[in-house]
Design a protein around this ligand. Sequence first.
Ligand code: THU
Length: 157
Amino acid sequence: MTNKELKIAYQEFSSLDRLSAEDQTLAVAAIEATESSYAPYSQFNVGAAVMYEDGDIIKGANQENAAYPSGTCAERTALFYASASNPDKSIVAIAIAARQNGQLCKNPVTPCGACRQVMAQYQLKGGKPMRIILVGAAKIWKFEKVDDLLPFTFDSI
Ligand code: THU
C-alpha cells in the first residue's frame, strides 16, 4: 500500500484590480452576467463569462425551471452557448460571480460538480488549459486549469 497526496494550487486576490487586465475584464463580465439570471426559486443570481483564445467573451447566467432539474447553472449556460456558437474556438478561461439580494456575494461561488465536469470536457475539446476565476466581493480565487478543481476527471470512454 502506498499513501498518496494531492495538492491543489490556486491564488487568492483581495480585489479585482489585482488581477491581470484580461482576467479583470472577464470577472467584470461575469458580474454583469448576473443581471441575466432567471432564478425565481432560489433568488441566487449567478453569472458566468467565458473567454475564447482570441479574447472574445460570451456570457451566461443560471436559468431556473419549475421542474427543478430542467434548470441550468450559469457556467453551463455560458459554456454550451460558447461552444455551440463557435465550435472551432478554444475556451481558455471562465469567470463566475453571484449575487444575493442584489449584492455581490462576499465569498467566491464554487461551481457544482456537474459544471466542473462540463468545464473539463471543454478544456479537453479546446486542447488548452482553461483558467477559472471565482469572483467574490471580499476575495477572488484563481485556478490555472480545470484539473485543479476536478482532479481524476472522467475523460475517456
Ligand atoms: N448555480 C449556478 O448557476 N452556478 C453555481 O456554481 C452554483 C449554483 C445556480 C443553480 C441554481 O439556479 C441556483 O444557483 C441555486 O443553486
